[in-house]
Design a protein around this ligand. Structure first.
Ligand SMILES: NC(=O)c1ccc[n+]([C@@H]2O[C@H](COP(=O)([O-])OP(=O)(O)OC[C@H]3O[C@@H](n4cnc5c(N)ncnc54)[C@H](O)[C@@H]3O)[C@@H](O)[C@H]2O)c1
Length: 142
């Protein structure tokens, strides 16, 4: 998969383009084809115009990058390697709200194909990926 990504035979998608996801996506996009996916259409529009909605990166950070910003599931289907960087906020008892990672898992379930890879960059507790996210990914293929 690594060499296929480098040869641009496959695309990598970063899901959730915030403080963590956008710099990761742009760095990958210097070497390989990247799909930057976010559910927030307004943020997607800003990034298409070279603006970081989190106000961390300059316009130059977008230059020389092979990246397509989108909120479209259809476009996400072109990816074979998925990196999840959606938020995991905690409440006053430090209990994480898994809604974004479960929604992102649902999204991946709808587009994933045999042999694809998924990496969770979002902060989760041990076992969360296997016990909470994987069943959702497996449940949703078309
Ligand atoms: N692994 C690491 O090194 C590391 C370091 C710091 C933070 N984190 C973790 O990374 C995660 C992201 O944090 P952040 O500060 O970038 O968050 P953020 O709030 O800055 O950005 C989150 C982005 O995800 C988008 N989003 C939310 N739900 C989505 C969904 N279902 N599908 C697609 N996009 C969605 C939002 O629109 C937003 O653009 C958190 O879990 C954080 O704890 C990891």
């Amino acid at each position: 998969m690594y060499n296929e990504l480098l040869r641009k035979e496959h695309k990598l998608a970063v899901i959730g383009l915030g403080y963590v996801g956008l710099p990761i996506a742009l760095e990958f996009a210097r070497k390989i084809d990247v799909i930057g996916f976010d559910i927030n259409a307004k943020r997607v529009e800003m990034m298409k115009n070279g603006i970081d909605p989190s106000c961390e990166l300059d316009k130059e950070a977008f230059e020389g990058c092979q990246i397509s910003f989108t909120d479209s599931l259809e476009e996400l289907k072109e990816a074979r390697f998925f990196v999840v960087a959606v938020p995991t906020p905690v409440d006053e008892h430090n209990v994480p709200d898994l809604t974004p990672v479960l929604k992102a898992s649902e999204t991946i379930g709808k587009v994933i194909k045999k042999g694809d890879y998924v990496v969770f960059e979002s902060t989760v507790y041990p076992g969360c990926t296997e016990e909470d996210c994987l069943p959702v990914i497996e449940k949703f293929p078309d």
